[in-house]
Design a protein around this ligand. Sequence first.
Ligand code: GAL
Length: 655
Amino acid sequence: MRFGVDYYPEQWPKSRWDQDIRLMREAGVNTVRLGEFAWSIFEPEEGRFEFGLFDEVIEKLAGAGIAVILGTPTATPPALLVAKDPTVLLVRQDGRRVSFGGRREYCFSHQGYRGHSLRVVRALADHYGHDPRIIGWQIDNELGHEGSDQCFCEICRHEFANWLKRKYGTLDALNEALGAVFWNQTYSAWDQIPLPWPTIGQHNPLLRLEHRRFAASQVTSFLKMQVEVLRQRTSGQFVTHNFIQPGPAIDQPAMARELDIVGFDNYPVWGESSEAPEAWQPALALDFARGFANRPFWIIEQLIGAQGWDVLGYLPRPGQARLWAAQALGHGAEALIFFRWRSAVFGTEEFCHGVLNHDASPGRRYEEFKAIGKLVKEFEQLAVPGSAGTPEAGRVAFGWWPDNLWAWQIQPQSRSFSFQREFDRFYQAFFALGAEIDLLPDDRLWQGRKLVVLPVPMLMRQEQREALRAFVERGGVVVAGFRVGVKDESNRVVESALPGGLEDVFGVKVDDYEALDARQTVNLHLANGDVGAGSVWCDYLLPITAEVLAVYAGGARPGLGAVTINRFGKGLAYYVGTALDEKTFSFIAKEAMLRAGLEPFVLPPGVEVRRLALASRSGLPVYMVMNHKPDEVAVNVPGYGEVVGEPYGVQFVGA
Ligand code: GAL
């Protein structure tokens, strides 16, 4: 397996390099990533390239048996380039252009910037593209992160209109889709179409959604442009990109298709976070990356110490970075590269702590890094890296698609709604039952699955409605959150009763609905006699053929269903009409798992058990038991009985 660090030799005197490399070797490092912010070192003047510094360090690394992933440096444009043409800089929604001085501050649509990027990537590829010491390339860095996903400049306005023209063909078709007759917004020329800049009132919901789709497609095409250069000019080297968690207007599945390996940056805590995350939080991020990747998935940046720019928060406790590293392996990462080697003494990231201290000494974090190196070796003996332990049918599939997220971000509908929070609520419920979860884009969601979960699937295309229907009909179990199928692909409200086109599948009609603010909750009476609570939103469900599992005991329509289950064809469809409290959700999730033939596996809070691919000598699976809590805990591992999990400990059971 690949184990390593992100290394910035350009930030330190050359006289230090040998010692750095010796310490890396002693810790078991076999891979480093270099160069992703070093444009001006590669190209000190436009068109003049210098590779001496990196040639020298690559030579030294190779001498120590350390392979290199090289970043294309386009996340940080040179000052010279920006000074020459400030229109490369991104414009915020309020119309203000950002300043040079941070990073990722460029516009993806800017042809000039694309030209400069091509030049530097070509030069790098020509110099290093057949060098066996370079195993792969990382395109740019965290595309779309830090608010860099959407630009609102004049160039983007023009490109957006062109994009709409390609998509809709005629203005009549666009006007029709927008419903431009509303508020007199009918366009008679393509250059009348605005970007969603501030206006009085609010822009058209489809215009806003199309702008997200356009912005995402610009990011993908920027990535693709670089990938194509590398494909033409290199050999035997892979291409990757380091993604971050969901959020920005990027289309991760589309981008992943262009790559050989999907990279992910895994920071369970960052900046001001005051507490350690719950075990499920980094797990969700990892499952997300593995799911959209659909190919090898590597961690290109993994946290080793506290991170932050101007403010720091939670300090990972001794052992916790090792635990999070193990968790990444358990969720399918095939390589672990840590951010960063030595803590910087200058620049914005002085407080992003690396493996070595500021004074270059190998302290506590270096010792932990070494321990992680050992863990990686141990893991390799026990599991096929990247393989999951349970066949697909035994895992729970969660569906997500970018335009549903964007549609919710555009119209949250309840002041207390957050897509991430609602998604988390579903994930948390199944995670606590020991479910192995895949987060999948909709094109890979249904095949070979028994249980599919759709948190808040508001925007659904016709094919998605049909896929859901066919899945349940064939015998699958679906659990869907509120606002099911309210919108179509054009971000319009469907012209049928809710859940749109799926009344018979869920066996209910949404008779009314209501947004709750952050202080409001509604009591629920459960079929098992318990009392629960709903928040954020209420879909008031009128059962047609469904059985009611929880009924509203308050709100606007007491007596109507809050959670229902319906038999349709050979399968079952659950409708969860409100944001459920943890206990009620656990009851529903458990029921759904059992009905789908999956075995819930209730764990003490904070404990995570991952099944590894290989069988132990006894024929039982090998398990990795992780204790995310600071106290010792007893865990019942199937087939093995009680195992003691040490604080922040990682144990291989059955090995
Ligand atoms: C990542 C980024 C790195 C560095 C790091 C600090 O998101 O890719 O360049 O900024 O965070 O924790």
